[in-house]
Design a protein around this ligand. Structure first.
Ligand code: ATP
Ligand code: MG
Length: 400
């Protein structure tokens, strides 16, 4: 058994010692069988949340209504979820009722895809009622049971299917594929936050090109926020060498290809996806930097103003869009940035109060403007970053 499971095995033993069943389940078992890095280990048990809390001294209620309790062992946290079924799905969104059960099989049956519906016991024995291992061997994403029923219960599973295409490079099993085409309109009923979470994983998966192609091919995009008429842009992006792009760069590229480049439009678009304001602002800056580069090459003042992180992102995108080159490394931009006489206003040899001392003018907006002028003059090496030199330069420009 590999280390991550060996470390967690005492948890299973402890639950079993108390008279219940406990297994590793879901993504960690799948990734283990695929020989991939394991993100987080999920544990499922026949014990109710109250019983789990009784077994472990230190627990945190993180989703008690869904049956999940977090335990911390040796500084690592583990989520322990009670076996459950999700009985009626009245609004296509979330199960209206969670019922705790004592049977592992039933718990595995409510899971989305066969590859995600396996369990592993403390000895490393795999429990596989729904041929998950076959699916892994054939690299197929297949719902547990009837695809139409499963997507009607929770339409988010359609997005999850395609995001697993992106992260694993698998294909959709035929009925699962057909069912997505048939049921895609149900996606309109799903909470945006849940869609965004899956879409962002999809955009940055190793096989994101394949999954974007699938989104367009199944017309799923028609029911995704703001993407209804954007099939062409999605297809264009799916043909680009997008492997090295971060999530913010992917959003920026999509916006660029959709011709959404004005700050206001970007804001409207990304707010529909409920992205945080900070992230929206960053993406706006990347797109603005791209627009700037489209008109002119970046000068050292641009480099300084736009900031290193944004310039590096915009550089990666510009190479991709205009040169068809996929670059991983933007060290040459970093080198150019480091060569700038100053990288930040705080490195300037003067402060606002120096200007006040030197000038007879009262304090006012002119100080900010003069400081900015000094910053750019220093960056362009028109003046040395030295107090006396700056003073003389300001005098020569009649700024003080
Ligand atoms: P990742 O490694 O990306 O986290 P994962 O398979 O662990 O992949 P999670 O979203 O963490 O994905 O979900 C954990 C498990 O819960 C899944 O493997 C699956 O068994 C089950 N699951 C998650 N979401 C759903 C859903 N919408 N419907 C049914 N089962 C689900
Ligand atoms: Mg997971």
């Amino acid at each position: 058994m590999i280390a991550v499971f060996r470390d967690a095995a005492p948890i299973l033993k402890k639950i079993e010692y108390a008279g219940f069943e406990a297994y590793f389940v879901g993504g960690s078992v799948r990734d283990y069988l695929l020989g991939k890095k394991i993100n987080d280990i999920d544990i499922a048990t026949s014990a109710t949340p109250e019983e789990v809390k009784g077994i472990f001294g230190q627990t945190i209620d993180i989703g008690i209504q869904h049956g999940t309790v977090m335990v911390i062992v040796d500084g690592k946290s583990y989520e322990i979820t009670t076996f459950r079924t999700e009985s009626s799905y009245v609004d296509f969104r979330r199960p209206s009722e969670v019922t705790f059960i004592r049977e592992l099989r039933e718990d595995l049956q409510r899971r989305d895809f066969t590859m995600n519906a396996m369990a592993m016991d403390k000895h490393g024995t795999i429990i596989d009622y729904f041929s998950g291992r076959d699916a892994l061997k054939q690299k197929k994403i297949e719902t547990v049971g009837n695809a139409n029923e499963r997507f009607n219960e929770d339409a988010l599973r359609m997005m999850r299917a395609i995001r697993f295409v992106s992260t694993l490079g698998f294909s959709l099993e035929e009925k699962t594929y057909d069912s997505i085409v048939q049921n895609r309109l149900l996606l309109a009923k799903i909470a945006i936050e849940r869609i965004t979470q899956e879409f962002e994983k999809l955009l940055t998966g190793k096989y994101s090109k394949k999954s974007l192609q699938l989104i367009a091919e199944t017309n799923l995009h028609e029911y995704l926020p703001m993407l209804k008429e954007k099939k062409q842009a999605i297809l264009q992006v799916s043909k680009m060498e997008i492997d090295y792009l971060t999530i913010d760069e992917m959003w920026s590229l999509l916006l660029w290809k959709m011709d959404i480049t004005a700050n206001k439009e970007i804001d409207v678009f990304l707010r529909k996806w409920k992205l945080p304001v900070k992230k929206i602002k960053k993406i706006q800056k990347v797109v603005a930097a791209l627009l700037g580069k489209q008109k002119n090459k970046w000068t050292c003042v641009d480099l300084y103003k736009i900031t290193l992180e944004i310039v590096c992102s915009a550089e990666k995108l510009s190479m991709l869009i205009w040169e068809g080159k996929s670059i991983k490394d933007t060290d040459y931009i970093k080198a150019a940035f480091e060569k700038l006489p100053i990288q930040d206003k705080t490195e300037l040899a003067i402060h606002g109060k120096d200007l006040l001392n030197w000038s007879s003018k009262p304090s006012g907006a002119w100080i900010k403007e003069a400081i900015e002028a000094v910053e750019y003059a220093v960056v362009e090496q028109k003046v040395k970053n030295d107090k006396q030199a700056i003073k003389e330069w300001l005098e020569s420009c009649h700024l003080i």
